[in-house]
Write a protein that binds this ligand. Sequence first.
Ligand SMILES: *[C@@H]1O[C@H](CO)[C@@H](O)[C@H](O)[C@H]1NC(C)=O
Ligand SMILES: *[C@@H]1O[C@H](CO)[C@@H](O)[C@H](O)[C@H]1NC(C)=O
Ligand SMILES: *[C@@H]1O[C@H](CO)[C@@H](O)[C@H](O)[C@H]1NC(C)=O
Ligand SMILES: *[C@@H]1O[C@H](CO)[C@@H](O)[C@H](O)[C@H]1NC(C)=O
Ligand SMILES: *[C@@H]1O[C@H](CO)[C@@H](O)[C@H](O)[C@H]1NC(C)=O
Ligand SMILES: *[C@@H]1O[C@H](CO)[C@@H](O)[C@H](O)[C@H]1NC(C)=O
Length: 720
Amino acid sequence: MPLDTSFVVVALWVSLTGLSWAEGYGICNWDRMRVNTIRDKVYIDGGVLWQNVPLPTGGDTQTRDVDAAANLYYLNFSSTFDTTKTNLTALFGTISKTGGAAGNRAPEYHDGAMFANEGELILYGGALDETDSSSEPHDDETMRYERYQYGPQRDSWSPAVYDGELDNDVTRYITSGAGVSAPSENLGFYFSGLHAENWGPVYDGFVNETSDRLITVDMSSMGDGTWSNRTLPGEIQNRINAEAVWIPVSTSGALVIIGGVTDLATAGDRLNDDQKKRSSATSPSFMQTVPVYDIAADKWYLQNTTGETPPMLTQFCSVYASAKDQSSHNIYIYGGFDGLDASNARTDDVYVLSLPSFTWVKLLSGDAAHARSTHRCVKAYPDQMWVVGGVKIAPTDCLDDIISVFNLNTGKFQNTYDPTKYSEYKVPDMVTAQIGGDSSGGATKTAPKSWTNASLADVFSSKYTKTIPTSWPYQPADTNAPVISEVPNKGSSGFPSWAGGIIGAVLGVALLAGAFVFWCLRQRRKNRQAPPPAKSVISDRRSRIMGWVVGVPKSGDTTMDDRTVFDGDVDESKIDPSDATTGASPEAMSEPVHEMPDRSTVLPVELPTTYNNNPLPVPNPPGSPALSSTAGSQTGYVSPMCPATPEPVESEFAGRPAHHRHYSSFSSSDAFPIADVLHGENTERNPHRQTGVSDISEMSVSSEGTRVNHTSETTEETRS
Ligand SMILES: *[C@@H]1O[C@H](CO)[C@@H](O)[C@H](O)[C@H]1NC(C)=O
Ligand SMILES: *[C@@H]1O[C@H](CO)[C@@H](O)[C@H](O)[C@H]1NC(C)=O
Ligand SMILES: *[C@@H]1O[C@H](CO)[C@@H](O)[C@H](O)[C@H]1NC(C)=O
Ligand SMILES: *[C@@H]1O[C@H](CO)[C@@H](O)[C@H](O)[C@H]1NC(C)=O
Ligand SMILES: *[C@@H]1O[C@H](CO)[C@@H](O)[C@H](O)[C@H]1NC(C)=O
Ligand SMILES: *[C@@H]1O[C@H](CO)[C@@H](O)[C@H](O)[C@H]1NC(C)=O
């Protein structure tokens, strides 16, 4: 049996090396960055970025990327990728904010907001690490990236990162609020959040007061935002890391404030009992009763919701989607946690708050292994949301997919994103089941159980008439998505080169499945020839599967009840050693025990850890046979033995992508600073740039094939 032994050994090897939590080299996780979109790109700034880097000695390690602060990053909606195969890190492009070094001009802000319209983005607020405060930006200093010119024509303009100034005494000293932009209104909002004592400088770990402010910026004049700082009405409670969602109703739209907590635990700052008590008592109400702000009228309302209300959440994300006929506006929220303890479990659930019925629907019960917080969500297409960044819990816990794609129509995550594949927005069935109508609208429930104020009903009944700008469909980028097969193979000794390119969970599963099928076939063949066993018990539940595996005669065969079948659980303790000597199927009894992974050597799925041992009820894969009672309490770490789990682990689960990418930890020994390998966004550098512009604001760290056609970019610059 040399052939299949080596096959199994390789399969085991792959699965074992995949266990090291070694994600591909590249971004491990990204905590509290600021994210927004301008037309066909997503921009990402600040936050704490951890990279997974190879060690010269083999293996990998996670390191904080402090150089990231010097750059504004972006992703292209034109990219095509598969979250299980593509090297997602390679999809990020960079724009230098400082002309090279990080440092005082562009320190690393955590949290805060990125406000954007169709032409520019402004970076606002956020906490700094406590460093030398004398060299920090002034209290009114910001940065902005001007991408497409609008307003009065300016000569000698080029897309660049510019320094900016806040006005009207607004400072940058605020963080952990709920930021949102309304591009069609040229407005940005920052709701509540945290500030330091006396509104002084904001450092991580030194902000302990919640804000009762709504900070706004009017971006109608390019490069010259007009800021305001207004006090919230007393009945609107302060909260930390809520989500603000702008929805198109009435004259200028409305903000809906969802979730957030009164007290937020961080790794460095635990909550005391009083804080925990207060948050547990109050924060859940931030989901039950939501503030609504009528922008044009400058009026706040509190409206009660009904339905499957989510638990208290902070550091989650949101997007909205409107039914074709505007009969419902559906807010999707994803991820986050309760904020009570920094090590508490993150969620992977998706809820929808459907307006104007103010009905909550739990759209997806997620997979604990995919859960995250401090990520951000943006809409790529009417039917698709990108989840960017975030963390699991510890900085060294790498996310499997630094970009996830969620389908708003089906309510499921999908593995692939292809700019040529999209659809209009369709209200999910689970939502129409509550609000009436069908996928294109026609909601029959168009009011909450009771309006708190008839004026709020008017806000929702008057239509928003301005055009909401969109930039889709996107042309597919010419460059191919970088796949894992491009893993450099240096330093790997003895590892077959054919396998270097196809390492990963998918392959691990495939190999094991293949090996097992091979083994099964062999057993089947052998057992067909083998004499029937003397006596044994059969497990009814698995008789069919095991019958196939070991060559049991078809049901109805009278000898069946006398057949030996080992329990599909492959629990060694359950194998009666005497069976092995009955001649029943010696190899069926011995080989799997020795050659297949046991329960402590699981497939490349996640190992249980402190944060991911939450045995969320997981539906059985559709069409799969019922699992045994032990396997039924699935936790996601199921042995891939075919008797117990005939389907590859989790690949079918509720449409969930097999998002466990695993690369060889032996395949590379060179560390690449991210800035050296990321693509630059190429736009012509204007030699006559006006003063005040960052020196090299559009550093072209380009790789071939990504050069943007200059004319096509400049034709878009002037907008009325
Ligand atoms: C992914 O891409 C990044 C950036 O291009 C690169 O540094 C890294 O080595 C790549 N990782 C793999 C596994 O190919
Ligand atoms: C908002 O206004 C208050 C009161 O004037 C001021 O103390 C605070 O610094 C302002 N906050 C910001 C972020 O501008
Ligand atoms: C925040 O911390 C400062 C200094 O440690 C303290 O004086 C102040 O009372 C605290 N504020 C709150 C709301 O706990
Ligand atoms: C909203 O809900 C809260 C808490 O359940 C309740 O006390 C309040 O009376 C409700 N308000 C309205 C207008 O129904
Ligand atoms: C309802 O809202 C209007 C407009 O904001 C306000 O003038 C009025 O006082 C509110 N009525 C109640 C009962 O809160
Ligand atoms: C983004 O995609 C467009 C295709 O629409 C392509 O022309 C451009 O080169 C891409 N930009 C980058 C930086 O990848």
